[in-house]
Design a protein around this ligand. Sequence first.
Ligand code: SAH
Length: 349
Amino acid sequence: MTASADIADRLAALIAAEGPIPIERFMAESNTHYYATRTSVGAAGDFITAPEISQMFGELIGLSLADLWDRAGRPDVAYVEMGPGRGTLAADAFRAMAVVGLRPPVHFVETSPLLRSHQREHFPDATWHDTIGTLPTDVPLLIVANEFFDALPVRQLVHTFSGWRERMVGYGPDGFAPVPGTAPRDDKVAEHLRDAALGSIVEDNPAARRLARALARRIAGQGGALIAFDYGHKGGSHGDTLQAVHAHAYADPFARPGMSDLTAHVDFGALRRAGVSGGARGFGPVDQGQWLVALGLSDRAAALGRTAPDRADEIAIAYRRLTHPDEMGSLFKVMALAAPGWPDPAGFA
Ligand code: SAH
């Protein structure tokens, strides 16, 4: 039996025994299996992320952290990355930070043993954490998250003839499919959305909100900042944004649990409010393209082009992919949280 059949069988057996399970649980179980077993990120994997497109992405994040740290008076700090993937972003950021003398200890929050082994190749001395609970408590934290919050499980509510219900996943002759739950959930839907057309879906990410609030509490208490990049929106209702990617193509999110990357658009408005409720100051979201250009992407691309003229085309393509509104430039957003006593992160004015 293959590993993927294993998780599909396990979820099918669970549903047969207990009835349909919430989408939130299906997504969590599928992703835990997926990241632990598949080469997810990179050309040979299922999807490409900004740090895998160009070294410039991680370098500019490193520069932004170094700038913030410098203006904060160069305290002892720890670098924290949530879901670092192959460790590429951190490796590029550390090259840029070292130029100004910032070489903090590295803490990775990563649940996948497979991805931890990739990260170890770049950072043999890092400390790995399953959750943020074990992160250091005695120094300010510089926290980075790229395409992390989008992988956390969403909860969906659907408007049916009998009222609002949680959207669940059932299992039948045609495999896994969404079905409405039986318990009324009208009280979980914001009042202005309750009369939405039948079939409307409202999505929420309780896990992302809890985490943003918990990280904000850490920052507010210890000092530091968080900077998060993801595809998403500023808030409001966007319906069902759950999607699956397998081998660089969209797939049915329910068809093969554990075999494709399940993500949902990040509601940055909700994340920022969660962060502010945890005691941090909020910045953004702004479009990723705008932020990268504000941080000096054009100069960095020109400088790279001068030192490696043979790579000029590749650099121009990467620049376009990272910044153009038709590519990652405006679908992707950047948001920051900072401790009350810390300076404002650059690029959000
Ligand atoms: N930041 C990387 C990888 C993005 S993929 C990049 O930009 O290339 C999502 C990452 O988050 C993976 O490393 C995955 O293993 C990790 N991840 C997903 N859910 C997680 C969770 N609940 N706790 C910790 N890490 C998680």
